[in-house]
Design a protein around this ligand. Structure first.
Ligand code: ADP
Length: 178
């Protein structure tokens, strides 16, 4: 499904984020930016070893939780990878929503800074980091909608959701925005 905000569109899709032909794809990274499983492993495998080389060279100290950094996309069809560090779920009282929102917002700022007209996000923090999917959908979609209403770009934001459960959760929230 998709919904229009300003001149921009939020689109929900099921699939593999590494297969997206978008200007930027977002990686659900850890703060050391040292690779891992889930989205991180899939993106590094698809982009090839130059992605890790560039990440280590540019960001030897990693990236703080609630923010994101950019690299090239190498063998991905995306021009850029934005490595976003979401929070580990710790029950909801440790600022998880603000940190998750910050990670999305920084990626959208990077998209604007790099003149990207399209960006694909996974459901950051909803895998190994344990964020409940319904809460993550609410925080993620609200953050993106508010940014698009304020900034009017990037033109296309696609959430690429792995499996029907995540897709359904995001659809239920996006429907409330119509
Ligand atoms: P985190 O550590 O931020 O929780 P994960 O990579 O473990 O990140 O998971 C984030 C979300 O991405 C989960 O919902 C997971 O099911 C999903 N996911 C895993 N692999 C892919 C992929 N190749 N494309 C899109 N989503 C994926």
């Amino acid at each position: 499904m998709h919904v229009q905000f300003n001149e921009c569109q939020i689109e929900l899709a099921q699939g593999d984020i590494t297969e997206q032909s978008m200007d930027a794809v977002v990686n659900a990274a850890n703060s050391g930016l040292r690779g891992g499983g889930g989205v991180d492993g899939a993106i590094h495998r698809a982009a090839g070893p130059d992605l890790m080389r560039e990440t280590r060279r540019l960001y030897p100290d990693g990236c703080e939780t609630g923010s994101a950094v950019s690299t090239a996309g190498f063998e991905l069809s995306a021009k850029y990878v934005f490595h976003a560090v979401g929070p580990v779920w710790a029950g909801g009282g440790e600022g998880e929503a603000e940190l998750l929102s910050g990670a999305y917002r920084r990626c959208l700022e990077l998209a604007v800074e790099h003149d990207c007209t399209s960006i694909a996000f996974p459901a950051i923090s909803t895998g190994v980091y344990g964020h409940p999917i319904d809460l993550a959908a609410e925080t993620s979609l609200t953050t993106v909608r508010d940014f698009l209403l304020e900034q009017g770009r990037p033109g296309l934001v696609r959430f690429v959701l792995f499996g029907g459960g995540a897709y359904g959760a995001f659809c239920r929230v996006l429907e409330t925005f119509i």
